[in-house]
Design a protein around this ligand. Structure first.
Ligand code: GLU
Length: 329
């Protein structure tokens, strides 16, 4: 797949809003770069990029939007969507719930009623989903996932091998989780294979523009708006966006739904993807994280955009595709 020849559109209200958000937050030095996966600590803390891709194929981008970083937990949303398609919602719900846990992403905690992970956006749930994908797709699981992620982004994505090696070497907590999943019946196959897929998917290298485009593919009902190829199945997208809305921002998800109101997923690499259904994908990158693991400047940018354009799902000015369409015509 060739890189999309999508052009950045500079002269537009959305572009100016991105510029304002970037200018306002660029000097915010709060937060720290994740270092529990040693290779992540090499990120430049000052990098800051913000991008919006629309469901009709336009792109607005400001700052360090072509700097690569690893997708980390943002991958959990897209992998969940693929598992729904491949295994079906019933099998998926036999392995992982859809309840917010209120616990940190790497908590070793299971729903006491089912012994299953609370949701697919925490590590335990995501590893269960990787296990399910391995069961259905065998050794092709990673290529399948990478191909679909690439279709969504509109370019061929690759793995950051150094981050992958670093995760593999230091992921002892995730190994413990995988073995507990096996003991609890939330994993049926090899924990090592599930973990390998999980570590690899987290190590996929993306940019803020990629995240915006992947978000726009979700916003466009699973079809890449430019290339028109289908990355995700329609009904799985709806289910995924629902879980992103309630569980996507670690143990800040409740505040996020309340204040920002956008289905989103963040990762410890510093990325956040947000989706305005039928309208926009928003991607931000800034590696300094707050105590809950969310990008400080990413959150601030989303708050500003949501406020300015009424993007909150329940904002009375957000009347679906017609609202933003009027801005991007
Ligand atoms: N690969 C990371 C881990 O499992 C992902 C964490 C995250 O982004 O929340 O620890």
């Amino acid at each position: 797949m060739e890189a999309s020849n999508q052009t950045v559109e500079p002269d537009n209200e959305l572009y100016h809003a991105l510029q304002r958000a970037w200018n306002q937050h660029k000097d915010n030095g709060d937060g720290v770069v994740a270092d529990y996966i040693p290779e992540l600590s090499r990120a430049d803390p000052d990098h800051f990029g913000v991008a919006i891709a629309t469901a009709n194929g336009k792109l607005y981008a400001v700052g360090d939007v072509e700097v690569p970083f690893t997708i980390q937990s943002v991958s959990k949303a897209f992998a969940f969507c693929l598992a729904l398609e491949i295994a079906g919602p019933q099998r998926v719900s036999g392995r992982v719930g859809v309840e917010p846990s209120g616990d940190p992403f790497n908590a070793i905690v299971f729903d006491p009623d089912t012994n299953r992970p609370f949701n697919p956006m925490v590590n335990a749930g995501a590893i269960a989903i990787s296990g399910l994908l391995c069961e259905y797709l065998g050794n092709d699981a990673f290529d399948f996932l990478l191909n679909r992620f690439s279709i969504a982004a509109g370019r061929r994505l690759t793995v950051d091998e150094k981050v992958y090696a670093s995760e593999f070497e230091t992921g002892h907590r995730n190994r413990a989780i995988a073995h507990l999943l096996l003991a609890n019946g939330a994993l049926a196959g090899s924990p090592d294979k599930a973990l390998d897929l999980y570590f690899k998917q987290c190590s996929i290298s993306v940019t803020a523009v990629d995240l915006a485009r992947m978000g726009a593919t979700f916003a466009n009902m699973g079809q890449n708006p430019l290339e028109k190829s289908i990355a995700f199945e329609l009904t799985s997208v709806r289910r995924t966006l629902s879980v992103m809305f309630t569980c996507g921002m670690y143990d800040y998800a409740g505040h996020w739904a309340y204040d920002v109101g956008i289905p989103a997923k963040s990762g410890v690499g510093g990325g956040i993807v947000g989706v305005i259904n039928r309208q926009l994908g928003i991607g931000t990158y800034s590696p300094r994280l707050d105590r809950k693991g969310n990008s400080v400047r990413g959150i601030a940018t989303f708050e500003m955009l949501a406020e300015e354009f009424g993007l909150h799902a329940f904002d009375c000015t957000n009347v679906g595709s017609t609202f933003i369409s009027s801005l991007i015509r």
